[in-house]
Design a protein around this ligand. Structure first.
Ligand code: URA
Ligand code: CA
Length: 433
């Protein structure tokens, strides 16, 4: 088999066989296929697309390029949730304890990563003492006994994807549905989940800006998952304005606590109940989505969801008092209000730009080496559709610096107030099964 022929075949619009895809993925991972041939093939895929069979095969080949996690010692159906990424997305912190409170096992492998705020692990580290340095057997034991544990990335998972994603990033081939879908799904499958709930974001703050593209990506991922025997479904949710009200690490933990108590922001609560219901049904802990939702709402009201969060934090060294008293977390030394310059209806809050503003305060990493300030961030007092009086606070800035003029300037430039009444945007656009 020759890489040249595989590239030419895809260039001319033909489907590649499993053997050809394996040859490419294995060869590229071990260095036998050079970057220039891999990038030529990615570009051919970008223009010619892949059919369902090819998409499933490239995903499986990437899964097989490295280690996989065996979660079989954990009892029950392991359901994982994956979000394609947004601003101020606190759902993982809430969904873990929420569904675990209904005995759905949650074995979560998480990362730190770059971005507007930290990853799930960074956020949890805002709780004093909490750590993810546990070994594999402890992780399994904790999920079996408490139904919830979070561990840092272990093992050499999907090295083919790591190398290929890096190459795509510099060859203008990231934005290809088969390549994105296989990249994301290979990581989820290698991490061992039996079933997968995807939260595909759409809008200005999302990877996919249009609803049409988001749908195509969601459908592609759902088909790959089901093709390789993992029960998969997707929710397409709005990411034009940030989700919830908090953007920042400790601030989001506090927001998660409020939401677990049933007092969270409306949109964040609704998305968690939607995704959570799907997880509970896939895990076989309820027969219908309505029944699942009812049970989740019940555990928010009766305190079981919050109690689960507390036991989980404690089991990994965290100060569980945080669930009663968020002030045990790092606190910003200064607060500034961003006051509305005119009265009217908030019509637009540009999610990714607000994320950048939070990063300017130090809430996220610009490079792998940057240190995160866990205390800083933004809290939205108004969201799209709300009425605001001139001089009233649109949002509160939590900072550890005296001068926030450049941050304020960025915020003002990305929040629009209109004279006409605006309704709150649709949160859940579609479900894909
Ligand atoms: N996220 C991924 O993990 N892979 C892609 O290809 C795009 C986004
Ligand atoms: Ca949030």
């Amino acid at each position: 088999m020759r890489m040249y022929d595989i590239i030419a075949k895809k260039r001319d619009g033909y489907a590649l066989t499993k053997e050809e895809i394996d040859f490419f993925v294995e060869g590229y991972t071990n260095g036998e296929v050079p970057d220039y041939q891999a990038s030529a093939l990615c570009m051919a895929i970008f223009f010619q697309d892949m059919n369902d069979e090819e998409r499933a095969n490239i995903t499986t080949a990437m899964v097989n390029s490295g280690d996989t996690i065996d979660l079989s010692p954990i009892e029950g159906i392991k359901v994982d949730k994956h979000s394609t990424g947004g601003v101020g997305d606190t759902t993982t912190l809430i969904l873990g304890p929420l569904v675990a409170s209904l005995d759905v096992p949650v074995a979560k492998m998480s990362g730190r990563g770059l971005g507007h705020t930290g990853g799930t692990i960074d956020k949890l580290e805002a709780v004093p003492g909490f750590h993810v340095e546990i070994d594999k057997s402890q992780f399994i034991d904790l999920v079996n006994s408490n139904k919830l544990s979070v561990i840092g990335q272990t093992g050499n998972l999907t090295p083919a994807d790591k190398k290929l994603y890096g190459l795509r990033d510099v060859t203008a081939t990231v934005n290809s549905i088969p390549l994105i879908a296989s990249s994301i799904m290979s990581k989820k499958i290698a991490a061992g989940a039996d079933a997968i709930v995807l939260d595909v974001k759409t809008g200005a703050g999302a990877f996919m800006k249009s609803l049409e593209d988001s749908k195509a990506l969601a459908e592609a991922m759902v088909r790959i998952g089901n093709h390789v025997g993992r029960n998969t479904m997707a929710v397409i949710s709005d990411m034009n304005q940030p989700l919830g009200r908090a953007i920042g690490n400790a601030l989001e933990v506090e927001e998660a606590i409020e939401t677990l108590k049933g007092n969270g922001p409306e949109d964040l609560t609704e998305l968690c109940l939607t995704l959570g219901s799907q997880m509970v049904v896939l895990a076989g802990k309820a027969d219908t989505l309505d029944e699942a939702r009812q049970k989740l709402e019940e555990n928010m009201k009766n305190g079981k969801a919050l109690e689960k969060f507390g036991t989980f934090l404690k089991s990994q060294g965290g100060d569980e008092r945080v669930v009663e008293d968020p002030s045990v977390m790092p606190k910003a030394s200064k607060q500034f209000e961003l006051n509305a310059k005119k009265s009217g209806y908030v019509s637009d809050i540009v999610a990714d730009e607000l994320g950048t503003a939070a990063m300017m305060l130090g809430a996220g990493r610009a490079t792998k080496e940057s240190e995160i300030d866990l205390a800083v961030g933004l809290y939205l007092n108004k969201k799209v559709g709300d009425y605001v009086e001139e001089g009233e606070s649109l949002l509160t800035i939590y900072a550890n610096q005296d001068d926030v003029e450049d941050v304020k300037e960025k915020l003002y430039a990305n929040i629009t107030i209109s004279d006409e009444k605006v309704s709150a945007p649709t949160l859940i656009h579609n479900m894909v099964t």
